[in-house]
Design a protein around this ligand. Sequence first.
Ligand SMILES: [Cu+2]
Length: 477
Amino acid sequence: MPTVNRRTVLQGASALFLASTTSRAEAQATPVLRRSISTMPLNDPALNSYRKAVAAMKALPANDPRNWTKQAQIHLNFCPHGNWYFLPWHRAYLAAFEKLCRQMSGDNTFALPYWDWTANPQLPAAFATPTYNGQPNPLFDSTRSSQTVTIPSTYVGPSVMQSIYGETSFEVFGSSRPNGQNNTSPSWQRVRGYEGPLESTPHDHVHTTIAGNMATFMSPLDPIFWLHHCNIDRVWDQWNRIGRSNSQENIWRSFAFNNQFVVPSGAGTQPWNTTVASVLDILALGYRYTLPLLQVAAPLLVSKFINPGAPVERIKIAADTVARINTVATVDKRLAAPQISAFSKLNAALSSIRTFSATPGRPAVTPGRVLLFLRDVDPPAQGNVDVRVFVNNPDASPATSTEDRHYAGSFTFFGAEHAAHSGKPSYMLDITRVVSRLDLAGIALTDQIKVQLVPLPIASAPGAEQIKVGDIEVAIF
Ligand SMILES: [Cu+2]
């Protein structure tokens, strides 16, 4: 017979307490399940409700806060990108929108579907046709690069996601604190830090590959926006579920998002103010995701010259010793040409190694990692490029495979036309895996780390000419 101890009794008591409060709180107490759109037939109740809600929001007067364009303007006016508010802000934005969809569709159990572009990289069929059942399809957006657009696996494939799930520091996984942040003033919301791999790779690339509205800060005009961000939110949830921790820092957790969102109230709406800390528990927010999933990658092999716990060393590649990319790295102006002969190549030599001390604005990083920082990147004056990053591959060219053992990742420019964020975009790539791979292959790295940048034109965004990188730094934590 099992021993009834004090703890069991307490658990029983709290379960009873929960049961009684649940019955009072009713529907809100049961989190809705956000499901993958790839499992849904075209007439799935969730898709029917979504179509109904979107059509109703598009039909509302322009001054109604639920009006479709008004909802997109929330993103235009407030969205943080390139800093650690990126994930929690978009989570709150989606949670409020999902509630509005319930009100507008009359479906009280509506849950936003997500688009798992890793498993199903083609734009979901429900969004791709101008009509549905003989009526205009509210989920269609004619501005996309194509209605059969497929996101390349270089940006969203399993190996990209595996290394993202392998990140152990929140500020690498979910982008870093704004440069210099030292308090919770709302003015930090759109100050740039470093974009981490989740934001710069799958997130930005899905936006720019779909193009049209999706490539701008009015991207929520395209109904696929909400399913794309739902998947980003799911990736964050999965990352937490495999035991990774969010930042514990007060300047992150206590940060407030005030006067930005609205939620239903009766037949109308009311403002909804929230904080980062209040959106960390998705069950409390009223939803959950299907259970996982994850094949977690084996722990990263940390190269023998990386000494966890040692003072952080950084290899600063000073701007004056590095050929600035505008002089050596020019993308062919004839972007439509099938052969892109001109490309950028940046061979940056190690110039100095110094002891690094943490300063405000510097991400907190788990020891034993090698990070590459690309600071103050000037986007192309027009159009967009995909910038592939290689380590120690002097032969890198547009033809070099992303399967190449020197390949470290890629980034692009999302919303660069919109100057709302202070500072130029900066990116952060975790090159621990690449460095370990090269080290294991016997390629000496201790005395030189060279970085090659290969910008490639994006077919949907012709016109790009060149980019400039203000500063490159390799830091060993
Ligand atoms: Cu986005």
